[in-house]
Ligand binder design. Structure first.
Ligand code: IPM
Ligand code: MG
Length: 367
């Protein structure tokens, strides 16, 4: 196997801190295997990139991303850059990357780890066994639709965004979602929209249904309105398996779903569909805890697991990582976001990283 080239964007805030741990995990995979699998190259993105180059994403960063076998991203943004004009803000760097590389499907698995059942604000009996996969459309919708902007209309200052979805855009993400649903045990798909109000959703629902009927008649499909879905995720999340939805709805519902798992610091993601795939935690740069060494690195570490599975066909190594995360949680180790007074031992970012690596060595040694 040739060496895999990984483009690394640590980004801003805790992005840099969790990335450090994740890259060590990657090195541990090589140590255990006694082989060199990966070559990493770092680039700036977001606020850090703006500070250095007056743009949140450089041509050089984009071309490194394009020519890599996979991309890892920490997080972008922070109050320091909040006053910049929209095109220059850190988030534009991330959105530019998603769009330029046409990564149209964002996989966000919300899975409850047994030892964290009591870390969730929801009752144990509601969330036990939850394993939901949300597929969020990532390259279209309200995030990118035209017209957009803030302008004067008849003398009144007006902000405009547009939700646009074409048939091919819906078809490709629906197909991807049906495929993932088909691969799961008793897989079923729920498509989430707002078709009682929005035309873009009327088309969404129609096209998802057609793709299902024509190409995936074996996969049970249901449709649910987004407001109801937000409620059902809290009331009875067990009814969901795979979910597919638009860019904006997916952004909101996955933050909600993350709380089922105890913390937003636990959810990894994979952005697929383009030539290269990108892996990132769903959490942000958390400027309030930056530099304190207390951020939870597990979402970033689990994103490495997703990369090994989806981009590099290394399911065995991915299982070491996932198993290690489960083990350290079972042993009671918690970062501040999932810690409860009197239960388990509190550890910091690098402490958690060390524990995961040690557990990986133990798990792989027993194979
Ligand atoms: C996410 C984030 C981003 C988004 C922001 C940082 C632009 O919230 O990945 O969920 O809205 O997509
Ligand atoms: Mg979000």
């Amino acid at each position: 196997m040739s060496v895999r080239k990984i483009c690394v964007f640590p980004g801003d805030g805790i992005g840099k801190e969790v990335m450090r741990e994740a890259l060590c995990v990657l090195t541990t995979v090589e140590e255990i295997s006694g082989k060199r699998f990966f070559e990493t190259e770092e680039e700036l993105l977001g606020g850090a990139c703006y500070d250095a180059h007056k743009t949140p994403l450089t041509e050089q960063g984009l071309s490194l991303a394009r020519s890599s076998d996979a991309i890892l991203l920490g997080a972008v943004g922070g109050p320091k850059w909040d006053t910049l004009s929209f095109d220059l803000r850190p988030e534009r760097g991330l959105l530019g990357l998603r769009r330029e590389l046409d990564m149209f499907a964002n996989l966000r698995p919300a899975k409850v780890f047994e030892p964290l059942l009591d870390a969730s604000p929801l009752r144990r009996e509601i969330i036990e066994g939850i394993d939901i996969l949300v597929i969020r459309e990532l390259a279209g919708g309200l995030y990118f639709g035209e017209p957009r902007g803030i302008r004067m209309i008849d003398g009144v200052e007006t902000g405009i965004n547009t939700e646009v979805y074409s048939r091919p855009e819906i078809e490709r993400v629906a197909r991807m979602a049906f495929k993932f649903a088909r691969e799961r045990k008793n897989g079923k798909l729920a498509s989430v929209d707002k078709s009682n109000v929005l035309e873009s959703s009327v088309l969404w629902r129609k096209v998802v249904a057609e793709v299902g009927e024509k190409e995936f008649p074996d996969v049970p499909l249901s449709h649910i309105l987004v407001d109801n879905c937000a409620m059902q995720l809290i009331r009875n999340p067990r009814q969901f398996d795979v979910m597919v939805t638009s860019n904006l709805f997916g952004d909101i519902l996955t933050d909600e779903a993350s709380m089922i798992t105890g913390s937003i610091g636990m959810l990894p993601s994979a952005s697929l569909g383009g030539k290269v795939a990108l892996y990132e935690p769903i959490h942000g740069s958390a400027p309030d805890i930056e530099g304190k060494g207390i951020a939870n690195p597990l979402a970033m570490i689990l994103s490495i697991g997703m990369m090994l599975r989806h981009s590099f066909d290394m399911p065995r190594e991915a299982a070491w990582i996932e198993g290690a995360v489960e083990r350290v949680l079972a042993e009671g180790y918690r970062t501040a976001d999932i810690y409860r007074e009197g239960h388990g031992s509190k550890v910091g970012t690098s402490g958690m990283g060390d524990l995961v690596r040690e557990a990986m060595r133990q798990i792989s040694g027993k194979e």
